[in-house]
Structure formats: C-alpha cells, structure tokens
Ligand binder design. Structure first.
Ligand code: NAD
Length: 431
C-alpha cells in the first residue's frame, strides 16, 4: 500500500467510527486535513567537507486536545504523505488513551546507516534548527521513531535549549535518563500491550498455560511483550525477525531467546547451528507461516501491512494484538471480522509508549522524577481504564474494537473542538 493510500485508509475508518461517535459532521471535515505542515531543507556538512541537503517534514495534525505529539523518523522512504498519515494516527492514539496531546509527526528522508555518527549528529541538530519555531513544550513535542533513538533525542533537546538560551527538556521525549528521560520508557509499548492482554485474560477466563502466542517482529516492543507474557506462564511458541521465524510448539524460554538475539543481533543464531543454542529445539519457518500458525494469540510487532486480503483467510488466531502500527489493511480487517477474530487495534494496543512519553513531559515540567514502580502503576491505570472504555463501547454498539477505539477518540477530539467554541472554530479567519 502506498503512503497516500495509508492516509485515505485511515480516514475511511474514521468515517465508519463517526456514525457511532455521533459527532458534528464539521468536526469530521476538520479532521480530514492536517492543521499545519512544514517542509524544510536541511544542509549538512559531511565528513569529507562536501555539503548535502536533506529534506525534512513536521506535521501538526490536530492540537485541540493539547500540544502535538509524535516521533521523528529517519528513513529513505519518508515523504510528506507518510508523515501526514502517521500524524493523524497519533491524534487518534493520544485521544484514545485520554492523554492531553494532539497528534504530530516528523521525518527526514535519509538512510541514517550511510552516515557517520558525527554526520548524524549534525543532521539532527540542523533539523531542529529548521523546525525550532514549529515545535515547543506547549506547541508540539517530538519523540523517537524508526531509526531515531534516545541519543538523537538528547542532541535535539540540547540544540533546542541552545537556541532558546535555557534548558528545555520538555520540548522532546524519549531522552536519555540523565537528560530528563523517564524510567520505564524502554518497555512501555510492550508493557501497554501486555496490560491489554491481561484485561482480555480476565474477561475471557484464559488460563495462561493454555495460551499459545506467536510474535512477529522480535524487536523492542515484541521482545518486551513476549517476556512479560512468558513470565506469566503464556507459551510463546513462535517469534520472528526480518531474517525469518522459529517455532517450538512447547513454548520458548523467552529470556534465553532475547539473550541470544541480542548477542547475535539475529534470530538466525537460534536456528541451532551454533553451540549456544543447542538447548533450543526449534523448527525454522517463514514469516508468512508464522502469521498463519494455529495459535491463540497473534502479535504483529514488526511493520505495517502484514495481514492483507491475500493472507487474511489463512489467519487462524482468534485474537490479534496490533503492537505494530497498521499491520492489518482495512480489506483484511473485514475478512478477519467475518471470521469472528477479535483485534485489539494499534491506537490502543501500542499506546503505552506515548503514554510514558506523556509522563516524561509531565516530569520535565514539574522537575520532579518518579520511580519505576510509579511509572508502571500510572501506565497500568490508564491502559486498564481505556481498554475498559473501548471494550464497553464495542459491546454496547455491537461493533469491532477498532471502530470502538476510533469512535472513542472522535468523541474526545470532537468534545475538545466544541469546547474551544464551535462558532469561531469554523470561521474562515480562525487562527
Ligand atoms: P524494532 O526495530 O526494535 O523491531 C522491529 C523488529 O521487526 C526487528 O526485530 C526486525 O528485525 C523485525 N522485522 C523487520 N521486518 C520484518 C519482517 N518482514 N518480518 C518479521 N519481522 C520483521 O522496532 P520496535 O520499536 O519494536 O517497533 C515495532 C513496531 O511497533 C513498529 O510498527 C512501530 O511503529 C511500533 N511501535 C513501536 C513503539 C515503541 O515505543 N517502540 C511505539 C508504538 C508503536
């Protein structure tokens, strides 16, 4: 699916949800367009003395509920359309977990693997200089995304603080802990998904030891959710990365898998060719086969568009937790819906990350830092509450969980837009 299609697909889903949300049609019309988009050129002095100019974007989609919030992506395929779609998703995600942020996203069209560390730092700082007037703790708060990390957020915060001539940690989240990062940010996405699964467990009387789980994408989010489930007795029977997948019907010892994956950087090392993994007996399968396994829980935690009209008929898992953003296309959604699958949608299932980013912003503004236990407890409270709200709406309206999540988000965004004063909001000279 092209990036422009991802955006129209997302808008289409909004249309279905608006019938349940019963919001003013003008709110829906407003949400079809981003509030502001910025396109910048970023000159960077390369190590060999030459000058290269990169393209970058920042889109603030909606700020009715608070400052824009969303990551910065460094990737060769970044385009304005992609950034726009991702910013729209962030708007819905922040609304569905009820945190006081709107949605935004940024990106630079670059392959960061081709840059030296110093070039990467110059690019990050230069990008912040170009977008400095567009972001800020009360206007738009960036964070890490694909191929950006805590170190890059640290450089960006430092550059922004220099421009403003004061320390401003709340301008960006996902920072290193010594620069004002929050404890618990590293596993927040996986943990948020795990809390959703625990809510389903109690509603559906699951016995963890009888639950077989397959995780596609054994990266940051996938590893953490697998580890937390394993600790509770769930059987993680299959995991994968971009190199392939492994399957063990009796369940893996997840901490050993994580150790091996991180030692070797690739799951290939656990294909039992080397000494360290002789204790792990696993069958090698493909990523496509992993998705079609007969398991109780399927967790796509890799990329978008993994379950499509082509393979949806073959998916056997009755419950799917979307840890990745957009892993199921809307056509596949319909097929799975007909088959009776329950899908916990991305805007709820992976919202733990942005929720702890919100905690980081709050701690930066207060200058008071929480313990790991406090972060976990507050994340748990929000995830349980909002999972319950979405589940209840789904049951009451006899709809699917994705439509219920979008409807809840729409109601909250609509209420904020109305509270700003609907008359002036829609007048043509409104700022
Ligand atoms: P990551 O880079 O740490 O991990 C991604 C994993 O997917 C890697 O192990 C990679 O090898 C694997 N992968 C790549 N291509 C694959 C393929 N074709 N088949 C199977 N595996 C493949 O990234 P992450 O931070 O864990 O993010 C994973 C997903 O979760 C993304 O969609 C991301 O947008 C979403 N997400 C992450 C966060 C977060 O805080 N980390 C928050 C919200 C959403």
């Amino acid at each position: 699916m092209e990036n422009a299609d991802i955006f129209s697909d997302a808008i289409r889903r909004l249309g279905q949800a608006s019938k349940i949300a019963q919001i003013d049609p003008e709110v829906l019309e407003r949400l079809k367009y981003p509030r502001a988009s910025l396109q910048v050129s970023i000159p960077v002095r390369m190590d060999d003395g030459s000058l290269r100019v990169f393209e970058g974007y920042r889109v603030r989609y909606d700020d009715s509920r608070g400052p824009g919030k969303g990551g910065i992506r460094f990737h060769p395929q970044v385009s304005l359309d992609e950034v726009k779609a991702l910013a729209f998703w962030m708007t819905c995600k922040c609304a569905v977990v009820g945190i006081p942020f709107g949605g935004a996203k940024g990106g630079v069209t670059v392959n960061p693997k081709e840059l030296s560390r110093l070039e990467l730092e110059r690019l990050s700082r230069s990008f912040i200089r170009q977008i400095a007037d567009f972001i800020g703790p009360e206007t738009d708060v960036p964070a890490p995304d694909v191929y950006t990390n805590a170190m890059i957020m640290g450089w960006m915060m430092d550059e922004y603080s220099k421009l403003r001539r004061q320390r401003m940690p709340a301008v960006i989240t996902g920072k290193p802990i010594p620069l004002g990062g929050s404890l618990g940010r590293d596993d927040a996405t996986g943990r948020g998904a795990y809390y959703c699964i625990k809510e389903l467990e109690s509603r559906r009387n699951w016995q963890p030891s009888e639950m077989r789980v397959a995780v596609q994408g054994f990266g940051n989010a996938g590893q953490h959710v697998a580890q937390l489930l394993h600790k509770d007795g769930y059987k993680v029977v299959a995991v994968s990365d971009s190199q392939g997948a492994i399957y063990q019907p009796d369940g893996f010892d997840v901490p050993s898998l994580i150790y091996m994956k991180n030692e070797s950087r690739r799951l290939k090392a656990v294909y039992c060719d080397g000494s360290v993994c002789e204790s792990v007996h696993a069958e090698k399968i493909s990523n496509a086969e992993l998705l079609e396994l007969d398991v109780d829980l399927l967790i796509p935690a890799a990329l978008e568009n993994q379950i499509t009209a082509e393979n949806a008929e073959h998916i056997k898992a009755p419950v799917i937790i979307e840890v990745a953003n957009g892993p199921i296309t809307s056509e596949a959604d319909e097929i799975l819906g007909r088959k009776g699958a329950l899908i916990v949608p991305d805007i709820l299932a992976n919202a733990g990350g942005v929720t702890v980013s919100y905690f980081e912003w709050v701690q930066n503004k207060a200058g008071y830092y929480w313990s790991l236990e406090e972060v976990h407890e507050k994340l748990h409270t929000i995830m349980v509450r909002e999972f319950g709200n979405v589940y209840e709406l789904m049951t009451d309206e006899q709809t699917d969980m994705r439509t219920a999540a979008y409807a809840l988000a729409l109601r909250r965004i609509g209420a904020a837009i109305s509270a700003h004063g609907t008359g002036s909001y829609f007048s043509s000279d409104e700022a």
